[in-house]
Design a protein around this ligand. Structure first.
Ligand SMILES: [Zn+2]
Length: 319
């Protein structure tokens, strides 16, 4: 998950100038990273929980800046789960109430408070949609690179939240896929081009550059490998052909002697035996006078035919 950490670090330092976008990002962070509980008598409890210190810092700073709320930070450590650490930001009841109303996550219904989905007003403007995506990724996103590709996902226990992300992405022509995994609704994207767009939308331009770099390096490496494989195949083919020629000459030499060959082929046969690894062109150049590739190829084919005829005759017992 190295890539996730890098992306989150970058997103957590994106400057949000506009008030509408701060509200939208905080809304997403609260939906995707917060735990809200109604305690009765209109009292409530809200805290944020994240494994990522920079995300915790981002929430702390945005709450302070936008709503003058000071969250109480603490660290939870789980010795049982490989020593996992969680950063907790706890809001007192008064601040929880104030914030959830301000973010329109709570609504008053006949004097009683109830939760609502993501308010539409938070997502009308393009700038706010991007801020919401950023907050959602900081709260519940991850990005990994594996084999040849990338994988970006948002994971949340509530399917309607995954649906909100799906709708925002859909407006940007990005079709995310939804699955259920271990009790969570997971919205994921696998297409590298689309992932690049999502990174750009959220404001992770450095991560985007890094991804493009890796993609460029990968494609360069792949073409080098392709070329090397191709060269290797040519070399293998060349060696197999040379081997076949040498075998034919040895067989003639054993059965009849190289002098059995027509004079025009004898020199080529001897040269092939003493130069088993050279290409046909190189072999042709060794002849006196030198001949081209097709000339030497023709000679070698004649030698192979003679060897084959000799062997056939031996097998049939005519010789
Ligand atoms: Zn905005």
């Amino acid at each position: 998950m190295i890539f996730s950490t890098e992306v989150k670090q970058e997103l957590a330092s994106v400057k949000t100038e506009k008030s509408c976008c701060v509200i939208s990002e905080l809304n997403a962070l609260t939906q995707f990273c917060g735990t809200m509980t109604l305690l009765g008598n209109n009292r409530m409890n809200l805290f944020y929980r994240t494994k990522n210190a920079t995300v915790a810092k981002r929430i702390f700073v945005l709450l302070k800046r936008k709503y003058a709320i000071t969250a109480a930070p603490r660290l939870e450590k789980y010795t049982r789960f490989g020593g996992q650490r969680f950063y907790i930001l706890q809001l007192n009841q008064e601040d929880s109430h104030k914030l959830l109303l301000a973010l329109h996550i709570l609504k008053t219904d006949k004097g009683a408070l109830t939760f609502r989905g993501v308010p539409r007003r938070t997502l009308i403007k393009k700038c706010c949609q991007r801020a919401f995506l950023r907050g959602a990724f900081l709260g519940a996103g991850s990005m990994t690179t594996h084999g040849k590709g990338y994988h970006l996902e948002f994971s949340t226990p509530l399917p309607e939240r995954a649906e909100t992300i799906r709708k925002i992405l859909f407006k940007c022509d990005i079709a995310g896929k939804c699955i259920q995994r271990r009790g969570n609704a997971v919205l994921y994207i696998k297409d590298s081009e689309k992932i690049a767009i999502v990174l750009a939308l959220m404001g992770a331009s450095q991560a985007l550059l890094q991804m493009e770099n890796i993609r460029a390096q990968r494609s360069l490496r792949e073409s080098v490998t392709r070329m090397t494989n191709c060269d290797q195949q040519n070399l293998n083919r060349q060696l197999t052909a040379a081997q076949r020629q040498a075998e034919a000459i040895k067989s003639i030499s054993l059965q009849k002697g190289i002098n059995h060959l027509p004079k025009s082929l004898q020199e080529a046969a001897r040269l092939r035996l003493s130069n088993p690894d050279v290409s046909l062109e190189q072999l042709g150049r060794l002849l006196s006078p030198p001949v081209g590739k097709s000339g030497i190829n023709h000679k070698m084919r004649q030698i192979i035919t003679i060897a084959k005829n000799l062997t056939d005759r031996t097998v049939m017992g005519n010789d």
